[in-house]
Ligand binder design. Structure first.
Ligand SMILES: O=C(O)C(=O)C[C@H](O)[C@H](O)CO
Ligand SMILES: [Mg+2]
Length: 403
């Protein structure tokens, strides 16, 4: 058996913070797992360092499911983003080790490829509708078959999904949280105009997506979904906060626009009712925040019973280690829908050399054994951790709101 003899947490910041777990076995084979929780990075690093790694030493690295159960059930305190990101990192690293020992890419261990490659969507954002459409046209020219469109709202200084840099959107932008201001009526007026302009410029052969980022009430989301139906969106994401899963019934009663939810979910219990009641069309839970490849497969299996497809989160705060794991998962699951893909900066790519590639609007994890991603520890050590927070959001009268 490959025995775990050591594990370390590597925190690096090549432009943004990433937390990586490296598990080392007595046979010299090591595995990597992403443990990055945007804006709360050091909490997961501490959870791993202080509470998880001591329990890993001496265990059989092949016993992935048993180690998952040990960490989940054994902690007594279940679920939550910090715990589940830590468990995800261990799980991902163990799949990497198993693949390396078997001499096979992880997707082969998950049942093999269910498709040739996985469709990804890119982010087009701009301060105006014209800027966004221009960027979306650039994505289309690069071969993207699916594009998320977000634009600034007239009369509001900033809004979700719109950044200074049109390619590298980075929400965790300051040492203390930035404060944004929000106005729902202004937003609800602009989005149908954005979709109209996008369809006129891009045509109908490209999928258009939009992220509401938890900012509407169910009835407002129903109205927006209805207004957008004529433009055939691929999905509306995070229409309303999902703590109350019942709330999606109200949206469903009013629109046939497909709904996606789940990037902040960390367990199958967060989405069970949404899936079983067919209140969503895409589940966005991802490897790093939802307990790793093993737990995400359980979510995907449940979703498959109800014709709900996967649409994993893939923003830049998910490291290349998570991106690689997501691509192996996407390639193997029968009910794959789409994968989010935001390019990392060249500095990040240099710290995490990887085998995955992009061509013609789709990605492939590559054929390297394991996940096919590594970490250059010397380079990583040159980029020190920088505290960074996600923004907060207030209504114009000062009321604290959803971000
Ligand atoms: O990529 C998305 O859909 C997001 O909503 C991005 C998130 O705000 C970001 O990953 C938070 O860390
Ligand atoms: Mg989102």
């Amino acid at each position: 058996m490959p025995k775990i003899i050591d594990a370390k947490v590597i925190v690096t910041s090549p432009g943004r913070n990433f937390v990586t777990l490296k598990i080392i076995t007595d046979e010299g084979v090591y595995g990597l797992g992403d443990a990055t929780l945007n804006g709360r990075e050091l909490s997961v690093a501490s959870y791993l360092q202080d509470h998880v790694i001591p329990c890993l030493i001496g265990r059989d690295a092949h016993r992935i499911e048993d180690i998952w159960q040990y960490l989940y059930k054994g902690a007594y305190w279940r679920r939550g983003p910090v715990t589940m990101s830590a468990i995800a990192a261990v799980d991902t690293a163990l799949w990497d080790i198993k693949g390396k020992i078997a001499g096979l890419p992880v997707y082969q261990l998950l049942g093999g490829a269910s498709r040739e490659s996985v469709m990804v969507y890119g982010h087009a954002n701009g301060t105006t509708i014209e800027d966004t459409v221009k960027t979306a046209l650039e994505y289309q020219a690069q071969g993207y078959k699916a594009i998320r469109i977000q634009c600034g709202v007239p009369g509001m200084a900033s809004t979700y999904g719109v950044s200074k840099d049109k390619y590298f959107y980075e929400p965790a932008d300051a040492d203390l949280p930035t404060e944004n201001v929000w106005n729902t009526s202004k937003y609800l007026r602009i989005v149908p105009e954005l979709f109209k302009a996008a369809r006129e410029a891009l045509g109908w052969d490209v999928h258009l997506l939009h992220d509401i980022h938890h900012r509407l009430t169910p009835i407002e989301a129903g109205r927006l979904g209805k207004d957008l139906e004529q433009y055939r969106p691929f999905w509306l994401e995070d229409a309303t906060p999902a703590e109350n899963q019942e709330a999606f019934k109200l949206i469903r009663q009013h629109t046939t626009t497909p709904l996606a939810v789940g990037e902040i979910f960390n367990s199958i219990h967060d989405c069970r009712e949404l899936i079983e009641n067919q209140l969503i069309d895409y589940i966005r839970a991802t490897v790093v925040h939802a307990g790793g490849i093993s737990h995400l497969r359980k979510i995907a299996n449940l979703a498959d019973l109800y014709q709900v497809r996967t649409g994993c989160h893939g923003a830049t705060d998910l490291s290349p280690v998570c991106m690689a794991a997501a691509l192996h998962f996407d390639l193997s699951v029968p009910n794959f829908g789409v994968q989010e893909y935001m390019r990392h900066t060249p500095e990040t790519d240099a710290v995490f050399p990887h085998a995955y590639s992009f061509a013609d609007g789709a990605m492939h994890p590559g054929e390297a054994p394991g996940l096919g991603v590594d970490i250059d520890e010397d380079l990583a050590a040159k980029y020190e951790y920088n505290r960074a927070f996600l923004p907060v959001n207030r209504l114009e009268d000062g009321t604290m709101f959803n971000w």
